[in-house]
Design a binder for this molecule. Structure first.
Ligand SMILES: Cc1cc2nc3c(=O)[nH]c(=O)nc-3n(C[C@H](O)[C@H](O)[C@H](O)COP(=O)(O)OP(=O)(O)OC[C@H]3O[C@@H](n4cnc5c(N)ncnc54)[C@H](O)[C@@H]3O)c2cc1C
Length: 509
């Protein structure tokens, strides 16, 4: 089944326990802090019924992200589906339902990793994937512990009791993006656990309305927004982040995926294609977001009358270069696809490129934002507090007179500048910068991981070929091959091995 937006919204009114500003939220579909974003998410489901998008978003009667990819063409088709949804929020909804759908497809590609000597979760993980796919469910996930470092054991989710039908869990997780809008939440751990820490090595998925499961929302940017004209992004695409508290929550065994097993609790992310699928979705959204921001820079500089200035053109060129980088990572991850080892014939985006995308994205997003802020100048600050000033019978004409720009009415100029500030400088924008830097983990983790992603050997081999290709007794300065052809090429200029052969040819007695 592929759900409609209405079907999705109706399911959210289920008595879930969500807290905001000391208030228990009755219904996220009507509450002013959540309702417009819920409607935006519903709009994504409706897109799947739009004849223009149905063939891209759907496959075999389910959303395409649930389907286990088996060929390069399947990966391309998934990306096309990701892109349709990403463009609907201009890249600002990160944890749309296709995110965890792609993770579930990754688990289902290698269920045997869930079979261990402490617990057999293989059937449960297949049932999890099937349940999400067949009911087109939106699953959020909380796999980050509340505090890194030591001394936090009593805060982390663990089973405090085993019963016949399941376990009782207690503890907290942070940060659940999109959780308040989801049907289910998957609770697990992605950070490395000590080998003996079996108490915290578990993963399960529950409906959001499960008794004892509480979500404590951060400040709602949607709730603070004046309206779409004044806050066009934060008023509609505030996906929310919430702390998850499990207050003695009962989890039936059939919803447990890993239990008291450190290896499988980690391997579900790193041994299956789940994480690589996540990055594929996220990289497509990131590319889309950079396209949007760069387009905004072009609109801004045209409106400022600076677009033709050489320095501004170069700045836009730099942004377009970032867009191309973001796109290249998606295409290269697909092109370098890998067979899922010992799985069911699935493929996954290439590990080396996918992991490196995290480094690239975390580094270039803040640079892109700074670049555009530099182009925007002070105009984004000196704006009427709200559109009300433009509508006021006495003030409106004055504002219209002094805020208009060549080729643009005051209303359009204010509208554009407010859009820019919402994207670049608001609290919502600041959250997005933090998101792009951290949602895939902290840099100290993914930078170290990159050394194990497969690229290091080729780099070392090439440098080694150069290094081994000459010696102190080779004569000259030792910095060029020199030799019989007198070409004077650098020894390492060619491919691995070539430099070595060249230096050997040119070696002097
Ligand atoms: C907007 C946003 C949305 C998110 N959404 C989700 C979500 O939906 N689900 C989810 O599970 N998680 C989510 N996360 C959490 C995210 O996965 C974590 O923020 C990330 O894994 C980093 O963990 P941490 O925040 O505990 O940072 P820490 O691990 O505490 O690291 C923070 C900083 O401390 C320093 N540091 C800490 N330890 C070391 C070390 N050993 N060596 C060197 N430096 C160190 C570094 O400077 C590092 O950048 C989200 C995060 C953000 C910001």
């Amino acid at each position: 089944m592929i759900r409609s937006g209405r079907h999705y919204l109706d399911a959210l009114d289920d008595g879930r326990e969500i807290w905001l500003d000391g208030e228990r939220v009755k219904d996220v579909t009507t509450h002013p802090a959540f309702r417009a974003t819920a409607a935006s998410l519903a709009g994504l489901y409706d897109l799947a019924h739009d004849p223009a998008h149905r063939p891209v978003l759907g496959a075999d009667g389910v959303h395409r992200a649930f389907v286990v990819p088996r060929t390069h063409a399947d990966l391309v088709a998934r990306r096309q589906a990701y892109k349709v949804w990403a463009e609907a929020s201009y890249g600002f909804l990160g944890r749309t339902p296709d995110y965890m759908a792609s993770g579930a497809a990754g688990f289902a590609a290698l269920p045997r990793l869930f079979t261990t000597d402490t617990f057999d979760g293989a059937d449960n993980v297949l049932a999890f994937h099937r349940r999400l796919a067949e009911n087109d469910l939106y699953c959020a996930f909380t796999i980050t512990n509340p505090r890194s470092g030591t001394g936090a054991d009593d805060l982390l989710v663990k089973a405090v009791e085993e019963r016949d039908g399941g376990i009782v869990v207690r503890g907290a997780k942070t940060i659940g993006s999109g959780a308040v809008f989801a049907d289910e939440v998957l609770v697990g751990t992605i950070e490395p656990l000590a080998p003996h820490d079996v108490d915290h090595a578990l993963c399960f998925s529950l409906p959001i309305d499960t008794p004892g499961l509480r979500l404590v929302s951060r400040t709602s940017y949607e709730g603070r927004a004046r309206g779409v004209f004044d806050n066009p992004l934060s008023s509609r695409f505030d996906e929310n982040d919430a702390m998850l508290i499990c207050d003695d929550v009962f989890v039936p065994w059939e919803r447990v995926l890993t239990y008291r097993n450190v290896e499988s609790t980690a391997a579900m992310w790193w041994g299956t294609p789940a994480y690589l699928n996540f990055v594929h979705q996220a990289a497509t959204r990131f590319w889309t977001k950079l396209e949007f921001l760069t387009g905004l820079a072009i609109l801004l500089t045209r409106s400022n009358g600076t677009y033709e200035l050489p320095a501004v053109t170069q700045s836009v060129g730099r942004l377009l270069g970032m867009v191309a980088q973001a796109k290249a990572f998606v295409l290269a991850a697909e092109a370098s696809y890998e067979q899922v080892d010992g799985g069911c014939g699935g493929v996954a985006p290439g590990t080396e490129i996918s992991w490196a995308q995290r480094i690239m994205a975390g580094e270039i997003y803040p640079r892109a934002v700074q670049e555009i802020k530099g182009l925007a100048g002070g105009a984004v600050i000196q704006l009427p507090a709200s559109g009300e000033d433009l509508l006021h019978p006495e003030l409106g004409p004055l504002v219209a007179r002094y805020l208009k720009a060549p080729g643009s009415t005051a209303k359009d100029r204010v509208k554009l500048l407010k859009l820019a500030w919402d994207a670049l400088g608001s609290e919502f924008a600041s959250r997005h910068e933090q998101y792009e830097r951290f949602y895939h983990g902290a840099p100290h983790v993914y930078l170290s991981m990159q050394t194990t992603a497969g690229g290091a050997d080729a780099c070392e081999r090439l440098a080694r070929a150069c290094f081994d290709g000459y010696d102190l007794t080779d004569g000259g300065t030792g910095t060029t091959g020199g030799g019989a052809d007198g070409g004077g090429k650098a020894a390492g200029a060619g491919p691995a091995g070539a430099g070595h052969a060249f230096a050997a040819d040119g070696a002097r007695p």
